[in-house]
Design a protein around this ligand. Sequence first.
Ligand code: UFG
Length: 321
Amino acid sequence: MKLLVTGGAGYIGSVVAAQLVEAGHEVAVLDDLSTGHADAVPAGAAFVQGTIAEAGPVLSQGFDAVLHFAAKSLVAESVADPAKYWTGNLGGTLALLEAMRQAGVDRIVFSSTAATYGEPERSPILETDPTRPTNPYGASKLAIDTALTAFAGLYGLGAVSLRYFNVAGAYTARDGRVYRERHDVETHLIPNVLAVALGEHPSVKVFGADYPTPDGTCVRDYIHVADLSRAHLLALDACAPGRHDIYNLGSGSGFSVQEVIAVCREVTGHPIPAEIADRRPGDPAVLVASSDKIHRELGWTPDHPSLKSIVTDAWTALPKN
Ligand code: UFG
């Protein structure tokens, strides 16, 4: 298939682009490089620098489907500057959907998020649970999910949204190239903990130790980026005209911040000092996915369900002096 990957120079988009090339698809990446890296675009994929609002001319070259990753994704930034999220994520995606319609591209796989659920009522979270985002980032992604449902019903679009929980780890492609997380502003736990093991910071901050969880720190569901990426290839095949399907993507088990730090200590052999800090605003205590639906309907199961293998791959991929 001929596929457009928006945000294919970013962490997750580049891994999916690499897996699509490996699967024999013809891939073009559209990325404005606001947070991505041009050198993350896989060999074998074409690259166009531009925003999703400028997708029209690219799409008019003829594509079978779009995999849509390009987005602003910093929760705290979304609270401070909501317009950036409404314009960039929702406005940009509406322009992309309109350009797809005009170009006759009728399939899309979309990166949604656990942040659409907000503070969950129960764990694990099912796709049918209430969606009450607690920040503009999650709200903008939920609005896109709503738009996709409408476009599927009205125009026959075939859409699949994948609601990611906590993505981590690195992917080594068949050509030996390594794709890893490298955000200029790093907010995610595992890269922040590993940065301490690398000597880049003296200690890691634990944001809150008074949550109603077994050790008082937040519990999350970590999923290996290679497993997450593989789900996109299944989702692409599952896109059916007039349907919008939503699937959670996690490993199904929760680990606390302290447990993650302990696994990082074990993997790196570094003591990794940690200090308890204030809670980070808007962090739910527990976020764990039920991924039963994608298992049942698309046959997806994680190849790397253990946190240790996720951390090991993230650590191995980091350049060391
Ligand atoms: N944390 C720390 N110290 C750090 C970084 C994170 O204690 O240096 C904690 C956070 O407070 C949280 C947990 O580690 O309890 C995980 O934090 P991440 O930032 O790694 O991930 P989040 O769970 O906040 O974010 C994920 C996705 C977002 C999505 C969000 C939904 O990465 O895209 O879930 O809540 F919006």
